[in-house]
Design a protein around this ligand. Sequence first.
Ligand code: 5AD
Ligand code: SF4
Length: 458
Amino acid sequence: MLDYEVPSEPDVVMKKVFVKTYGCQMNVYDSQRMADALATDGYAPTDNIEEADLVLLNTCHIREKAAEKVYSELGRIRQLKEERLRDGRETIVGVTGCVAQAEGQEVLRRAPVVDLVIGPQTYHHLPAVVKRVRGGEKIVEIDHTSDDKFQHLPQPQKSVVRHRGVTAFLTVQEGCDKFCTFCVVPYTRGAEISRPVAQIVAEAERLAEAGVREVTLLGQNVNAWHGRSGDGQEWGLGELLFRLAQIPGLERLRYTTSHPRDMSDALIEAHRDLDKLMPYLHLPVQSGSDRILKAMNRKHTHDDYLRLIDRIRAARSDIAMSCDFIVGFPGETDEDFEDTMRIVREVTYAQAFSFKYSPRPGTPGAELKDHVPENVKTERLQRLQALLSEQQRAFALSKVGQSMDLLVEKPGRYEGQRVGRSPWLQPVIVDEAAGGIGEMVRVRIAEAGPNSLIAEPA
Ligand code: 5AD
Ligand code: SF4
């Protein structure tokens, strides 16, 4: 049975678990599923680390900075653990996620405060591992197991889903077989796996029944998802989206992160034909230079990417493009960087994330010669980010005066305000009279602030 009940007897004092999430949305999803698994074991979630009997850091290994943050946090947690011990309270400390997977035993060596290290493939073992730690063991579990963790992780109760809000993530695919030479994901998250159709549909239906209106399908390589329909047909993400669009109550669908090589015709058709599929696409290109794209093992050129965008825009003219870029990959010359600036001008992005290349242990990129000096990386990043923010600002301004559907998500920062998202993922602030949380309302954009749009009822 996948469902569970939170123990309700008054004499059961639940222990508390605090989960801190780093990195991508897949980690956000995993953190929730871990909390769900631990709830069956008597751990209630808390936002206050000081009252936590179990502290989990769900970590990211994508760049050096992300990984180092974890160790400084563990330093603070060591103090906290000592303080709590003086009051006679034990604290179990766990490291999960991609740092756990990449560093394993090394985490215990560098941070002896840690009691358990568990990789993304074995989260369904977490309750059992915590029990053993309570018995005095230290545990490292980072095998890539073949059993299906998603099948074994409990689904949250409807009340829990409701509490989390009207939008939800749903991981449909994990891992990566692409082996871009800068990236640790194929090593930390392992080979590509796709969750079966029936499991995904069941989870999406549960979310919808609990009041979720918008689902974002997640995968490190989400558009490489594939599966088989009930009648045995081979499906890709496009077909899956058509199926999910039939679920009553689900108003909006999104997906992330995609690889340009896996934008199938069916997926592009889904953008053309499905009103529920939002006109927003995060499609990382990383670099605009063919030479660097080749060295990155991206398996596409500058031109391939532009032609793909043309096809996507022909299918859905109002689609907003989002992207990831890396500057200063080994061997990147001024000319290569100008090609990146050029592709940004050619495509025009509504949103983008850009990073300085960070050599990751064990990846082929780290072994390359001609590393770009830090000051050159900084300068290139500044120029790129200036151009990208200009485009982002222009995109926001282009919405002023337009009417659009807004999914009202939560109370705003100030009394009487509510915040929702536009179809293009922009936060929109509106008066609470416009509509209740979970409602889709028609609004007109009055103003574009630096980080959000301001709307009035249409
Ligand atoms: N250095 C810098 N950025 C990286 N990314 C992935 N690996 C690295 C790295 N070694 C970026 C890519 C990816 C995003 C999630 O993080 O742009 O799309
Ligand atoms: Fe970080 Fe990538 Fe792991 Fe996500 S998959 S947590 S971004 S390393």
